[in-house]
Design a protein around this ligand. Structure first.
Ligand code: MG
Length: 398
């Protein structure tokens, strides 16, 4: 039996990126389980971090932005909270952490975008278990992050609903028994649209996700299916499978969060209500479980009635096949894909470009970077350079 470990209480937490959508839900889980939270971090949302710090009383708060760190230091002057700044501040906090909790400390990284990569590397270097909600750490730097985790003997705990589901399904079999991973997708708000219908969609239409309540950037990525493409790349790294072993299944109800098909044709699925707090909690209790009365509601299958499955439309949502081709070709191509997409989505959110143009811009930028041979780049410095060059090139396309 693999499930021999008995539940023995929950670890303490550090929440990096505590003011984003997943970060706030991690704060919820920490509050509902009465967890000790040692540190919070954010980019520049001083007021939100201050409010969280007053509720959770961490030892450290780290702001990425220099002016925000200065401001937070003044705001928290009446407390014992140490305010630090930047990736160096995160590294210093990690070196000073102490706990007497026998379950230790789990560090959740829910930072938004590529900015989460270096903090991920710092957490792994410091030897802490990493609950990873920042998928860009793997999309951009998977080739560096996974070997480091392996060297440090750290299992990355996925806090992405699909990967958390796969992680749970993989407890049913051995790695060499996996036939394929069935990665589910809600299909987003424009499921069933053709190319001409996509030309008419607005920012407001895009931000209405049918089943998940998420931040603006990832909601746009769900509408283009870029998010699903990133999740394919994430799964390749996390679960050591080939891109051809991952099949995307559109499942509109978002009840099955993904499945694993084994060589005997048995398919194991994980189901629950769509709520990220489930994933945060599982990352903290893995390989055990504890009750969730205060976090996520129970699944009512009779209220749902039926579950449906269809293939994604890769002719309309072209960023999904582009992601497959980037991870297949490898090197820093997934990094270029992410960088181009971050710039294009930011422009769309500012209403500088229409929705349909996101994929257009991303495809052009990736094609250009591919021509520059970025699939042969495999170092952190090289990746950061590809990231910067892709961003600069993409800006010119807007
Ligand atoms: Mg997801």
């Amino acid at each position: 039996m693999s499930n021999i470990k008995k539940y023995n209480g929950i670890p303490d937490m550090v929440i990096l990126g505590s003011t984003g959508s997943v970060g706030e839900q991690a704060v919820d889980v920490a509050l509902s389980h009465g967890l000790r939270v040692h540190a919070l971090s954010a980019d520049k949302s001083v007021r939100k971090v201050e409010a969280q710090a007053r509720r959770l009383a961490p030892e450290f708060c780290i702001m990425n932005d220099v002016a925000a760190a200065r401001e937070l230091k003044i705001a928290l002057a009446d407390t014992n909270v140490k305010v630090l700044q930047g990736v160096d501040g995160i590294a210093r906090m990690l070196s000073e952490l102490k706990t007497d909790n026998p379950n230790g400390i789990v560090v959740e990284n829910s930072i938004l975008g590529k900015a989460g990569l270096e903090p991920t590397l710092k957490v792994l270097e410091a030897g802490y278990p990493l609950a990873l909600a920042n998928k860009e750490s793997l999309v951009v730097g998977g080739e560096i992050v996974m070997p480091l985790a392996k060297k440090q003997g750290i299992t990355i705990l996925p806090v992405d609903s699909e990967h958390c589901a796969i992680f749970q399904c993989l407890r049913s079999g051995n790695h060499d028994e996996i036939k394929k991973i069935l990665l589910t997708a809600s299909g987003g708000p424009f499921f069933g649209y053709d190319k001409s219908a996509l030309k008419g969609v607005t920012l407001q239409d895009t931000l209405k996700h049918p089943t998940w309540n998420m931040g603006a950037k990832i909601t746009v990525d769900s509408a283009t299916l870029m998010n699903k493409g990133f999740e394919v790349i994430e799964a390749v790294h996390l679960f050591d499978v080939t891109p051809s072993q991952i099949e995307v299944v559109v499942h509109r109800e978002s009840i099955i969060h993904s499945m694993v098909e084994y060589i005997d044709n048995s398919v194991i699925a994980q189901m629950s209500v769509p709520d990220m707090r489930h994933c945060v909690q599982y990352a903290l209790t893995h390989p055990c479980r504890t009750t969730a009365e205060n976090t996520t509601p129970a699944l009512d299958l009779f209220a749902k009635g039926k579950l449906t499955f269809v293939r994604p439309d890769t002719e309309v949502f072209t960023l999904l096949p582009l992601a497959y081709s980037c991870i297949d070709r490898g090197g820093a191509l997934p990094c270029a894909l992410n960088a181009a997409n971050e710039i294009a989505v930011a422009a769309f959110l500012k209403e500088k470009i229409p929705f349909w143009k996101i994929s257009d811009v991303v495809e052009k930028a990736v094609g250009y970077m591919d021509g520059r041979g970025v699939r042969d780049v495999h170092t952190l410095d090289g990746i950061l350079e590809v990231d910067a060059d892709t961003r600069a090139y993409t800006q010119q396309l807007l």
